[in-house]
Design a protein. Structure first.
Length: 319
């Protein structure tokens, strides 16, 4: 059985996640961190060793997380990672959602609830009447492959029948990077918010370039004085770690919030869909300014590596 544990880290932040990995690791060594707030744990061996049911093990994990770190969580249990994640999305705080019969659990759910089914795929399937997981499961494989492609159609058919071939991978390479800033007081000035976001962009861009990675999308989270949050994600035109391209998208996302006198307590930025830079394609341009900016960026990275991260910063951050 697989446990999907989603912690509520509004105040503690993602820095708490490694401690929670250690907590769950006391029961099973097969724990995969899924930043910013989720863990997957293969507990088949733990259930046999302790003689507990999945619900009993989940209750112990929840109580220890509250007692040691003051962190609440919701837990989903399923025979594979996909079903565990779906169960966790439906679980209520203080309760554990267990998937005992995958066919019954999946049948009446909207097709968009399946892992790997985005808005475009869901729209295509719904236009042909395949608006529920049960209808997709009943559709012939050849029909699904004509609608979404050969490989995607085969994976869609398997997921609709409750099959997930992925496994919980301990110490897996991170598929995202994140950073956050908290203001010393509730910040109402949009300019100060944009400066904080620019600082985060520079930090993540430098980290990705040092690790020779690029990202596919960015997620901005605004945390307010009442501890509520707003999160939005946008996809980049092409995978990149170029700070100028990242900053342009971050500013667009910030503008889309439409904040008016909002009391912002902190901002967070996440770079998602990380892939090796050598495998990413880049659209060539005839703009000499873009090439100049990239050369300057490479020089700045070398200076930061030698003299520290504050050796070279954008002028708006140095003021």
């Amino acid at each position: 059985m697989i446990l999907c544990i989603r912690f509520r880290l509004e105040t503690q932040g993602e820095a708490m996640l490694p401690r929670l990995v250690g907590l769950v690791g006391e029961f099973t060594p097969v724990v995969e961190a899924c930043p910013p707030d989720t863990l997957l744990a293969d507990v088949r061996g733990a259930l046999r060793y302790f003689g507990w049911t999945p619900t009993e093990l989940a209750s112990v994990v929840r109580v220890r997380a509250l007692a040691l770190y003051g962190v609440d969580c919701v837990i989903g249990v399923g025979p594979n990672p996909m079903l565990a994640r779906m169960a966790a999305r439906e679980a209520r705080p203080g309760a554990t959602r267990v998937v005992e019969d995958p066919a019954v659990f999946l049948r009446d759910r909207p097709v968009a609830a399946l892992d790997g089914v985005g808005r475009t795929t869901a729209r295509t399937l719904c236009s042909y009447g395949l608006d529920s997981v049960g209808r997709v499961a009943d559709a012939p494989l050849a029909v699904l492959q004509r609608l979404v492609g050969a490989k995607a159609g085969r994976e869609l058919a398997e997921r609709a029948r409750g099959t997930d071939r992925s496994a919980v991978v301990p110490n897996a390479a991170s598929r995202s990077l994140a950073a956050e800033r908290s203001f010393p007081y509730d910040e109402l000035d949009p300019t100060a918010q944009r400066r904080a976001l620019l600082s985060l962009t520079e930090e993540l861009g430098a980290r990705m370039r040092s690790e020779r990675q690029v990202c596919r999308s960015l997620t901005v989270t605004m945390r307010y004085a009442d501890r509520s949050t707003t999160t939005r994600t946008r996809t980049l035109p092409e995978p990149t770690a170029h700070s100028a391209a990242l900053a342009a998208l971050v500013y667009t996302i910030h503008g889309s919030f439409g904040l008016q006198r909002a009391r912002v307590r902190g901002v967070a930025l996440r770079a998602e869909g990380l892939t090796p830079a050598e495998g990413a394609a880049r659209q060539l341009t005839f703009d000499p300014a873009d090439e100049k900016a990239r050369r300057l960026e490479a020089v700045a990275d070398r200076a930061r590596a030698k003299f520290g991260p504050r050796a070279i910063v954008p002028g708006s951050l140095a003021a």
